[in-house]
Design a protein around this ligand. Structure first.
Ligand code: ATP
Ligand code: MG
Length: 333
């Protein structure tokens, strides 16, 4: 008799763009990290394609309401959370407390990586190359630092290119001050100021736990250019069609291996689980710099996991099930 594959009841936690309640003084990109309904339905369909039953839970508030009566084997979590720099940890920490297995990194990793300053301190201690930086909080002071321009000014704990626009790259003190104060005021957090890396950009997805594997490297193209020089991702670019993903990246095998090695070291340094995505910028002399690691990368069909699946010759369903499998194996379900 053929062995039947075990099917599971999989809870799905997520935040929908349309359910975000804009608060007074919120910037227009306040709900940028949240998912479109299509993404949630697509993940649900992928899980169901393998016979799993999916229970849609939604946001952290819904999870709390349903926690005592929830009967699931595992939760597939893509929730971005409600507020503050610990927001991505809200769902994982509650699931951990309730003893419910979940896909993806735990609360500690999610909080550390959302806060780019804390993650940079870890990168530095682990010899992971990253752009030189300093921080500016509400009382503007350079504390004796002599800035080397060009610099990029970004919010300390936001994703989805929130707070990034054409004015984010600054070339003089006056613009630096103006942009940092804008981040302080509008995003209510300190500004992370980094050396602006001119060159090209890549993103590397990693899957696994004990022996994490880097998937084929994806190269970012802006306005059809891969040598982007001073071009970079902005919030409005993500929402236009000026940005696209090339997989496989047009680079030598040797350089691809180097990027993969850095990605895996970054993944391990912050103890990422099951899957993640590392963004890397490369300067004109081919020196790579890790910009950030996303342990909760977008699983939208428009995002990077789709071109990677295509290149690997697997379906998007298989890609999502591969991610689920990492967690299932980790918990021994
Ligand atoms: N130091 C830098 N040098 C050059 N470009 C940068 C630098 N930091 C950020 N960028 C550009 O801004 C984009 C967004 O930056 P970053 O990845 O730090 O923020 P994010 O909002 O967390 O990103 P995501 O959109 O991936 O969630 C990068 O993909 C890159 O194009
Ligand atoms: Mg990024």
């Amino acid at each position: 008799m053929a062995l039947r594959k075990k099917t599971l009841v999989v809870g799905l936690t997520y935040d929908l763009k349309e359910e975000y309640n804009f608060k007074k003084d919120d910037p227009p990109d306040a709900n940028a990290e949240f998912d479109h309904r299509d993404t949630v339905e697509s993940i649900k369909a992928c899980l169901e394609s393998a016979g799993h039953r999916v229970v849609k839970i939604g946001s952290v508030r819904n999870l709390i309401k349903r926690l005592n009566s929830l009967s699931v084997d595992i939760v597939f979590n893509i929730a971005e959370g409600a507020c503050g720099r610990n927001r991505e940890s809200e769902v994982p920490v509650i699931l951990e407390m309730a003893g419910i297995p979940f896909v993806g990194s735990d609360g500690l990793t999610l909080a550390i990586t959302l806060d780019k300053v804390i993650s940079k301190k870890i990168f530095i201690s682990e010899n992971i190359p990253n752009p030189a930086y300093f921080e500016i909080s509400d009382s503007f002071s350079l504390n004796g630092i002599k800035p080397h321009f060009p610099l990029i000014v970004k919010p300390r704990f936001e994703g989805s290119s929130k707070g990034l626009n054409e004015k984010s790259v600054v070339r003089d003190l006056k613009s630096l001050k103006r942009q940092a104060m804008w981040i302080n005021r509008v995003y209510r957090q300190s500004a992370l100021v980094e050396r602006f890396i001119e060159g090209s950009e890549f993103t590397v997805a990693v899957i696994g736990n004990e022996n994490p594997q880097a998937l084929p490297v994806v190269q970012i193209r802006i306005d059809r250019k891969t040598s982007m020089g001073a071009l970079f991702y902005t919030f409005s670019r993500i929402h236009s069609n000026s940005l696209d993903y090339i997989c496989p990246a047009q680079i030598t095998k040797r350089f691809e291996d180097k990027l993969k090695e850095i990605a895996i070291r970054t993944y391990r340094a912050v103890e990422c689980r099951d899957f993640g995505r590392i963004d890397i910028r490369v300067d004109k002399d081919n020196n790579p710099y890790v910009l950030e690691i996303n342990p909760l990368p977008s699983l939208s069909r428009e995002d990077v996991f789709m071109p990677i699946a295509k290149y690997l010759g697997i379906s998007f369903e298989e890609m999502i099930l591969k991610i689920l499998k990492q967690a299932v194996d980790r918990y021994g379900l």
